[in-house]
Design a protein around this ligand. Structure first.
Ligand SMILES: NC(=O)c1ccc[n+]([C@@H]2O[C@H](COP(=O)([O-])OP(=O)(O)OC[C@H]3O[C@@H](n4cnc5c(N)ncnc54)[C@H](OP(=O)(O)O)[C@@H]3O)[C@@H](O)[C@H]2O)c1
Length: 388
């Protein structure tokens, strides 16, 4: 039989089959080779940074003076690892992801008593065991629990409760001192002065290192800061929610307070993987949020399209554009995106190296602002708990 020539680019059939077999084998061994390389890096002590692995080496300082706290320029929001998101990895996988983040230079991990509740702190405590000398975990107090069940209509920042949460958090996190203790939501029954005095006392006792507040207005920040210097305000901030630009961010700049934008990818929406058909599981709080109802999602996708087209010609994903935009809004800003996936962790960390010119920032903001945001970020009860 003569040599068979078919659509193989002019090579004979036997060579073609040999080459495709080799290509198939190569595809199988590449992951193995990567593991061998990783092992070699460990054995030879060669820095992981020398590989193509995404990492973050930039740092930023939250707060100033005695309240200064230097951390990786991007942190890791731990909530979604086992709370409020649809897919939760098993414990070992979640712990591995936290270790991957540490390997990539992340030194700021964020949790709260209320995530779980209680279980997120315990998970992070396990994950950070034997790493607490090189990374920091911040947590939050202030929600009210009776027999482990949240009383959603009330908050509790009484000194007794702050102290109780502090002791529990120290135990769950396995640390001697909490790197930063935030008030999660303000408590109408406890003045902010009393809260600040209580945290100042915990700082004196060495149980807490830094003080933070979430979702508070400029007046509350000034009053609290006068008693116990604040290291950071943690509030929602991203391209679809910019309220803090009115008075909170200018005040942070004025007083030398850091800012930690939470839900920096708008709970995943700005990552472009959510559409009106996305099903959130019952444990995922997005199913209850007005902005995540199908009609709102459908309308708001125009904003993601802006990020897509802005990023496409520059080689960036929409999540990277969202994070890089935040980081360009001030060097006192440290976003804490959450993820359950190594690929997203790497993608997000790479955003710290993106630079925009002032014209590009302007172009992006103008295009996004031209599209009205549909649906409020919170339901009425949750909205009543944030200060504007
Ligand atoms: N102080 C407060 O009141 C408050 C409130 C809410 C949150 N927080 C803090 O902020 C942290 C982050 O908030 P968040 O989880 O609500 O919102 P987020 O960080 O804006 O978004 C997280 C979601 O985005 C997805 N995601 C991450 N990277 C992505 C990428 N590159 N491309 C596409 N999708 C991506 C994740 O899914 P995958 O798992 O699939 O990646 C996850 O569902 C929390 O962990 C918590 O520490 C604080």
């Amino acid at each position: 039989m003569g040599k068979q020539q078919n659509n193989t680019g002019g090579i004979d059939r036997r060579s073609f089959l040999k080459r495709t077999a080799l290509a198939g084998a190569a595809m199988c061994i590449v992951p193995t080779l990567e593991r061998v390389n990783a092992a070699e890096r460990t054995i030879t002590g060669k820095s992981e940074r020398a590989s193509s692995m995404a990492s973050i080496s930039k740092q930023r300082t939250l707060g100033s003076g005695n309240a200064a706290f230097t951390v990786s320029a991007m942190g890791f929001g731990c909530m979604g690892l086992n709370y409020h998101r649809s897919e939760h990895p098993d414990e070992q996988t979640a712990i591995r992801l936290v270790h991957e983040a540490i390997d990539r230079g992340v030194t700021l991990f964020d949790t709260a008593e209320s995530y779980g509740p209680f279980t997120n702190e315990r998970l992070i405590g396990k994950a950070l065991k034997s790493y607490t000398h090189k990374v920091n975990v911040t947590t939050k107090f202030g929600h009210k629990y009776v027999n482990g069940v949240q009383v959603k209509t009330e908050e509790d920042s009484s000194p007794a409760n702050i102290r109780k949460v502090c002791e529990n958090s120290l135990r769950s996190l396995g640390v001697e001192s909490i790197a930063m203790f935030y008030q999660h939501r303000s408590d109408p029954n406890t003045s902010i002065e009393t809260v600040a005095e209580t945290v100042a006392q915990l700082i004196k006792e060495g149980k807490v290192q830094h003080f933070g507040l979430c979702e508070v207005n400029a007046d509350t920040i000034r009053r609290a800061h006068a008693i116990c210097p604040i290291t950071a305000i943690q509030s929602e901030y991203h391209l679809m929610h910019r309220t803090v630009e009115d008075s909170v961010l200018p005040l942070c700049r004025e007083l030398g307070i850091g800012f930690v934008p939470y839900s920096p990818i708008n709970r995943g929406f700005l990552g472009g993987l959510i559409n009106e058909y996305t099903q959130f599981s019952p444990n995922d709080n997005r199913q209850t949020l007005p902005r995540f109802q199908p009609e709102a999602i459908r309308k708001n996708l125009r904003i993601v399209e802006v990020l897509n087209s802005f990023g496409r010609t520059r080689g960036y994903t929409p999540a990277q554009i969202a994070l890089a935009w935040l980081m360009h809004k001030g060097d006192f800003i440290v976003p804490i995106p959450g993820t359950t996936k190594l690929s997203h962790l790497e993608e997000n960390l790479r955003a710290a190296n993106i630079t925009f010119t002032a014209d590009e920032m302007n172009e992006l903001e103008t295009a996004v602002s031209a599209i009205p945001v549909t649906g409020s970020r919170y339901d009425a009860l949750q909205e009543s708990k944030v200060q504007n």
